[in-house]
Design a protein around this ligand. Structure first.
Ligand SMILES: [Zn+2]
Length: 312
């Protein structure tokens, strides 16, 4: 009798011991079953897994963003659906830096270069137009001065020829011709000055024109690189994903171009984390593509949450 008692006690302790040893694993299985059969009844706990720092985000900042993303669903459900735990969560959230984010950064860099060059181009082009207008003005003024000088010169030569025909100029006439000659010399100096200014403007305009051209070529090249880089990656790529397999549940975040996109991808993958499916509305967070421009959930998102959580 006593033996039987000890045997029962032994079996009980063995089971209790095994249960204790594997309590985390058992609890995880129990929680996973509850999540599968009674969604939204107990929160899905999550912990941080791989955390790549190249995104320039701190762990605290990333956790804060996940917490904000949680609220998007929790506000609608009116209860806690997700809960952060330091380790051993039902789900792991990973921030993984690879070619996707690298491409995004490269695109942003080229985009910045293009807008810098574009604003330089606009400034240079305005300066080029100003110089061109000045050139036209200077050229017109120069041509007018040359025409006037030619008239003066031929009038002077005609009078000199007339005087010579008469066998020389009288004193008064000589003084007048001399004044004219000096005036012509003065005008010649002025015309030469104008010509030299005109040449400088032509040369400045040409230099600026060459700069503008070079800049246009650089801009074209950068736009080409931008387009090629974007095309190589393709229109559709995974910014994030939710995986549930033999290794458990996890959210992988790979790419975001700004904080709104990050918020959207986090809300989306958290949605999958409580078994939400994709919806048809292209503005919705649960649309298959991250196409929307804000991090507000739509009617379609809310309807999907209510379906999953069985909220009437
Ligand atoms: Zn999805």
């Amino acid at each position: 009798m006593k033996l039987w008692y000890f045997f029962k006690l032994f079996v009980f302790l063995l089971i209790a011991g095994l249960t204790y040893q594997h309590r985390d694993e058992i609890m995880l299985r129990v929680r996973t079953a509850v999540h599968a059969y009674f969604p939204c009844t107990i929160p899905v706990t999550y912990s941080l897994g791989q955390f790549d720092t190249q995104f320039g985000l701190s762990r605290a900042d990333f956790l804060m963003r996940i917490a904000t993303a949680e609220n998007a669903w929790e506000d609608v459900a009116g209860k806690e659906l997700f809960k952060y735990v330091e380790s051993g969560g039902d789900m792991t959230v990973n921030l993984i830096y690879d070619a996707r984010q690298q491409t995004t950064e490269k695109l942003q860099e080229i985009g910045d270069t293009i807008s810098d060059k574009k604003s330089t181009y606009e400034k240079l082009w305005a300066e080029y137009e100003r110089l061109s207008a000045e050139l036209v003005k200077e050229k017109t003024a120069y041509e007018r001065e040359v025409a006037q000088l030619k008239n003066l010169q031929s009038a002077y030569q005609r009078e000199v020829a007339r005087a010579n025909k008469r066998g020389g100029a009288e004193e008064a006439e000589y003084d007048r011709l001399e004044t004219q000659r000096l005036e012509i010399n003065k005008r010649v100096a002025e015309v030469n000055g104008s010509l030299s200014r005109l040449n400088k403007t032509i040369s400045a305009t040409n230099t600026l024109g060459a700069q503008v051209n070079a800049l246009v070529q650089e801009l074209k090249l950068n736009v080409d690189i931008y387009n090629t880089t974007g095309r190589t990656r393709g229109e559709e790529f995974s910014e994030g994903e939710y995986i549930y397999d033999s290794e458990g549940k996890r959210i992988n975040i790979y790419e975001f171009s700004d904080t709104t996109k990050l918020a959207r991808v986090l809300i989306h993958e958290l949605g999958h984390g409580i078994q939400m499916e994709h919806v048809e509305d292209s503005d919705a967070i649960m649309y298959r593509l991250n196409a929307g421009k804000n991090d507000t959930i739509t009617e379609a998102d809310q309807a999907e949450l209510r379906r999953v959580c069985r909220i009437k």
